[in-house]
Structures are given as structure tokens and as C-alpha cells.
Design a binder for this molecule. Sequence first.
Ligand SMILES: Cc1cc2nc3c(=O)[nH]c(=O)nc-3n(C[C@H](O)[C@H](O)[C@H](O)COP(=O)(O)O)c2cc1C
Length: 218
Amino acid sequence: MNKNPDKKQLADLRVSYTMASLGIHDTDPDPHIQFQHWLEEALAARLNEPNAMSLATVSERGQPSIRSVLLKGFSEDGFIFYTNYESRKSTEISDNPHVGLSFLWKELERQVLICGTASRLTREASEIYFKSRPPGHQIAAWTSLQSNEIPNRQWMLERESELTREFSETEIPLPDFWGGFIVKPHEIEFWQGRENRLHDRIMYRRCEQTWDRVRLSP
Ligand SMILES: Cc1cc2nc3c(=O)[nH]c(=O)nc-3n(C[C@H](O)[C@H](O)[C@H](O)COP(=O)(O)O)c2cc1C
């Protein structure tokens, strides 16, 4: 018997997925084109930050960790995000480049899961993106000692003011410790929620220069 009403509330919380279906022949043979279709639909549905994705990395000791990052571009070469190269995620990627990405577009009852290998973008490519950022975000890249412990918020704001003064007369350069990663996928799964938990899952697996597509059991 469950006497805790909160726990009961949680146990009874369930949503039926009835919006759409996904058959193998509904999907494009190229998973990047399929991703493009779904991303366009997420954008058209005006979801809040449809480019937000969870990034899973694994430490040298085998401990997984996860956080959100923003997708800033994708192509047949991979999925791009930007970050601090001295952060926890970047240290873990240096030790172990195998990563996972997950997009949850729950208003569309959809999920996309990606397994791949991360590598750094070239400095030139990172520079192009860095220059497109608003100045406040460029200063933030300099200010943040991402993933490190800091004394308090005031300490960080003073550092931000100092750096803003330092760069007031010049273009803000790309820090050496900041830039992009590209995740080259070897598996991409498209998940569409269906009624009675019998969801549709279409998995693409890289097969040399092409992709195989299979249906997975939910
Ligand atoms: C919606 C959302 C988007 C984010 N996008 C980024 C991003 O693109 N790059 C980034 O470094 N951190 C981003 N963050 C912050 C990260 O989730 C995380 O806190 C930070 O990168 C430090 O992670 P780490 O200590 O595991 O390296 C985002 C957070 C949220 C909630």
C-alpha cells in the first residue's frame, strides 16, 4: 500500500501519445535529412529552444555525466555545439570521445537519440561562430571558469566588469580555452510516442558510407 499521496500522484501521472506515427518508409534514407525534417517541425511548432539537447559524456573512470547544450549547426559531418574547453564535459571528451546526444521534443511526442564521437572544431570555425555572439556572451566566455568552484557570484561579476573594461577598446578575441565540438554520429534513433506505450522507434546505423535503417521494439 502506498500511503504517500505525492508518490501516488507521481505513479498515476501518465500521458497518452497519439499525435503521429513513424514507419520505416516514412523516414528519409539519410538520417540528417530526417533530422532536418523533425527539427523544422519543432521550429514550426514554436517549441522553446528546440535546439537544446542533452550531452552525455563518460569520465576516464567510467562515470557518465550529462548536461544540456545548444545545437548550433549540423550537416553530414556531425552535430555542433560550443563550450569551454576546460570544462568537465571537455575534459571527459578528451579522455573519451564517445558521447551521447538526446533531443526531447515532448510537445511533439518525439525524441532523437544520437551516439557518436566528438572532436574539436577548427579554431577558424569556432572564431566565425564566436564573432556572431552578442558582446555580453563573448565576455561571458572569458569570464566563466566553467565547471570550477568560485567564491561567490559577486566575484564573478567583478571579473566580468574587469574583462569588459579590458576589451572596451578592442574586438573581443576568441579565448584559447573556448570553441566548438562536432559529434560525428554512428547511430541515430527517431522515437515517436504511440498509444498504449507501443511506440515507433526507427534506428539508423552507419554502414561505411551509407546508413542502415531498422525498427526497434519500444
Ligand atoms: C538549455 C540550456 C542550454 C545550454 N547550452 C550550453 C551550451 O551550448 N554550451 C555550454 O557550455 N553550456 C550550456 N549550458 C550549460 C550546461 O548545461 C552546463 O551547465 C555547463 O556547460 C557546464 O557543464 P559541465 O560542467 O558538465 O562541463 C546550457 C544549459 C541549458 C539549460
